[in-house]
Design a protein around this ligand. Structure first.
Ligand SMILES: Nc1nc2c(ncn2[C@@H]2O[C@H](COP(=O)(O)OP(=O)(O)OP(=O)(O)O)[C@@H](O)[C@H]2O)c(=O)[nH]1
Ligand SMILES: [Mg+2]
Length: 295
C-alpha cells in the first residue's frame, strides 16, 4: 500500500467504523513488551516520527542502553486521538513472577504513569492488582506488540517462555502479539522471523528503528514501521466485528491473572517443600559425618 494511504488510514482510524460501532471502547492501546534494551522506547519514537511530516526527530520516549533497563515507568504516548502506545517496563527474563507482572501490565491492571517494580512476593503482587480497582479501566482495546532485537539469538529457555507468553496473550486479549523485530539490518531477521512463526506468531515485521543518530527517512524503513500500526488496527477491526463486552473482558483478564499468580504460588510451595526435604537429608548426612568423626 502507498505510504500516504497507510498514514491516512492510521490518522483517520476510529473505533466507531464497524457495523457494531465501538461497543464501549474509546481507545486502542498498543502495548509494547519485550526484554530490556530491545528497542521498545525507540519503536515509540519511530512510530511518532513516521506519522509526523518532515525530519525533525524528537525523542519522546527516552532510549538508550542501561543495566537493569532504562524505562521503569509505564508511560503512554498518544499517536492519534484514539490510538495510544504504552511503553511497558522491559523484563530481564520472562520467568514466573516477572511474567505475572508483564500480564498485569498487559491486562492494564497497573496504572499508566506508575513505576513498575518486579515484585517477588505473592501478597504484594495481589495487593497491587487489587489497587487497580480504585480506578478500573475497561474502555481500552488492548493490542499486544512484542519487540525483539534480531542481534540476539533466541535461547531454548526463551523459546519456551515466549511460546507460553504468545499463547497467554491470546487468552487475555484475543490477539496474537504482533512481533516487531528491531535492528533489521544487523542480524539474520529471516531466521528469527521463522522461529517466531514456529512459536505461533501470526504477524512478524522486521524494522530498523529511527534514532537520534539515524533519522533520515527512507521509504522502506517508514513503510515497515507503518505496517506494524496498520496490522494492529486490522486486528482491532476484526475483533470488533463480533459483539463484545468490555466490562466482562476486564473481569476475565483479572481472573486470568489471579489464577496465574495462584499457580505460581502453589508451584513455589511445592519447590520449597522438596528443597527443605533435600536440605533435611543434607543436614542428616552432615550430622552422620560428624558423628563418624566423634566415633
Ligand atoms: N541500530 C539500531 N539501534 C537501535 C534500534 N532500536 C533501538 N536501538 C538502540 O538500542 C538501544 C536500546 O533501545 P531502547 O529503545 O532504549 O530499548 P528499550 O527496549 O526501550 O529498553 P529498556 O527501556 O531498557 O527496556 C538504544 O541505544 C537505541 O538507540 C534499531 O532498530 N537499530
Ligand atoms: Mg525503554
Amino acid at each position: 500500500m502507498d505510504i500516504r494511504q497507510l498514514k491516512e488510514n492510521i490518522r483517520n482510524f476510529t473505533l466507531e467504523d464497524g457495523d457494531l460501532g465501538s461497543q464501549g471502547y474509546t481507545r486502542v492501546l498498543l502495548q509494547l513488551f519485550g526484554y530490556m534494551g530491545h528497542g521498545k522506547s525507540s519503536f515509540i519514537n519511530s512510530c511518532k516520527y513516521v506519522l509526523e511530516e518532515g525530519e525533525n526527530f524528537t525523542e519522546y520516549a527516552e532510549a538508550g542502553e542501561k543495566q537493569g533497563g532504562l524505562t521503569r515507568i509505564r508511560n503512554a504516548y498518544p499517536l492519534t486521538d484514539q490510538i495510544t502506545m504504552i511503553d511497558n517496563r522491559g523484563c530481564n527474563r520472562l520467568d514466573d513472577f516477572e511474567r505475572a507482572e508483564v500480564y498485569a501490565q498487559l491486562g492494564n491492571l497497573i496504572p499508566i504513569g506508575q513505576e513498575v517494580d518486579w515484585k517477588t512476593e505473592y501478597s504484594t503482587m495481589m495487593a497491587a492488582i487489587e489497587e487497580s480497582e480504585m480506578d478500573p479501566n475497561f474502555t481500552d482495546f488492548l493490542v499486544p506488540i512484542f519487540v525483539y532485537r534480531v542481534t540476539k539469538m533466541i535461547t531454548s529457555t526463551e523459546k519456551e517462555e515466549l511460546r507460553k507468553f504468545l499463547h497467554n496473550c491470546v487468552k487475555m486479549t484475543g490477539i496474537v502479539p504482533i512481533v516487531v523485530l528491531t535492528f533489521k539490518t544487523e542480524g539474520d531477521y529471516l531466521e528469527i522471523e521463522r522461529q517466531f512463526k514456529l512459536m505461533g506468531a501470526e504477524t512478524v515485521i522486521a524494522i530498523e528503528n529511527y534514532t537520534m543518530k539515524r533519522k533520515i527517512k527512507t521509504l522502506g524503513r517508514t513503510a515497515d514501521i507503518l505496517m506494524v500500526i496498520d496490522s494492529a488496527l486490522r486486528n482491532v477491526r476484526f475483533r470488533l466485528e463480533q459483539p463484545r463486552d468490555p466490562r466482562r473482558e476486564r473481569i476475565e483478564r483479572k481472573a486470568f491473572i489471579f489464577k496465574y499468580i495462584h499457580l505460581i504460588k502453589a508451584d513455589e510451595e511445592i519447590k520449597n517443600y522438596h528443597k527443605s526435604e533435600s536440605e533435611k537429608k543434607q543436614e542428616g548426612k552432615i550430622r552422620s559425618k560428624e558423628e563418624c568423626k566423634v566415633m
